[in-house]
Design a protein around this ligand. Structure first.
Ligand SMILES: C[S@@+](CC[C@H](N)C(=O)[O-])C[C@H]1O[C@@H](n2cnc3c(N)ncnc32)[C@H](O)[C@@H]1O
Length: 251
């Protein structure tokens, strides 16, 4: 529905999600071991996401990489590969601890536009054990579900959508603001409040997916073509106001 023109993946593992990409991509994982066939032009980065974002020009590949649009890059009317390449779709699925996922979101947002889509994986643990910070289960979400709570509380300018996918849910975030400093300023206080020892006190509404939208409802919603058009035409952030109310937010 969104037809992204570039993609960032944090947490690659064996490449199962990366194999879906058909656009210029950057994929980051300190221990990837890709065994699937990849069908995109990708820069695979063997680093933690924190180290990756600390680099001078982490998304260089999306500007200069060997991609099918390289010849067009100098003209580049969309500034897709211009001096400051912006992410269109990002998938955050790296370290499953709250503070890592929050930093991943903050770093991704800095390289996004309001029209970007940021997806976080494993946001709907099915039980307390799965949500433990100290992993002791096969399927593991850790406590990254808290990122949605924090974004709703500190960043009401964003639209945060829980999606009822199997096995452990995703969250989509719309309306990124690369200039926002709210999370950076509150980071220490947020960590102090939310990083707590196991067992995690996962809210019942998260466990029963009370507010989670069905994937079909989200994909079938009518805002997608307008979001894509606004993105492609580089409409200003004010265009988000007309779209945000059309994004399904709860079941
Ligand atoms: C759940 S797997 C990713 C699965 C993959 N996205 C998929 O769906 O096929 C999580 C991956 O995150 C990686 N990881 C762990 N810590 C990380 C970090 N600090 N930065 C980036 N990736 C990290 C792990 O090495 C692991 O391969």
């Amino acid at each position: 529905m969104y037809k992204p023109r570039n993609y960032l993946e944090i947490g690659v593992n064996d490449g199962r999600s990366l194999t879906l990409s058909r656009v210029p991509s950057v994929a980051v994982d300190p221990a990837f071991r890709v065994v699937t066939e990849l069908s995109c032009d990708v820069h695979l980065v063997r680093a933690t996401s924190d180290d990756f974002f600390a680099r001078k020009d982490p998304l260089l590949h999306l500007r200069n990489g060997r991609n099918p649009f390289r010849a067009l890059a100098r003209k580049d009317p969309m500034n897709l590969f211009g001096s400051d390449p912006k992410l269109e779709l990002a998938f955050i699925d790296g370290m499953h601890l709250f503070e890592y996922a929050l930093r991943d979101f903050m770093n991704v947002e800095k390289h996004s536009r309001w029209s970007s889509v940021i997806v976080l994986d494993d946001m709907l643990p099915r039980n307390i054990d799965e949500a433990a910070r100290d992993r002791h289960t096969d399927a593991w979400t850790g406590d990254v579900y808290k990122v949605a709570t924090v974004l709703r509380r500190h960043r009401p300018d964003l639209v945060v959508v829980e999606v009822d996918t199997q096995p452990t849910g995703v969250v989509l975030v719309f309306g990124a603001d690369p200039l926002s400093t709210v999370l950076k300023r509150s980071y220490d206080a947020i960590i102090e409040e939310y990083v707590v020892p196991d067992p995690q006190d996962v809210p019942e509404e998260v466990l029963v997916r009370k507010n989670a939208v069905q994937p079909e409802a989200l994909l079938g919603a009518d805002f997608w073509p307008d979001l894509v058009r606004a993105r492609n035409l580089r409409r200003p952030r004010s265009a988000f106001e007309g779209l945000r109310g059309r994004i399904p937010r709860s079941a």
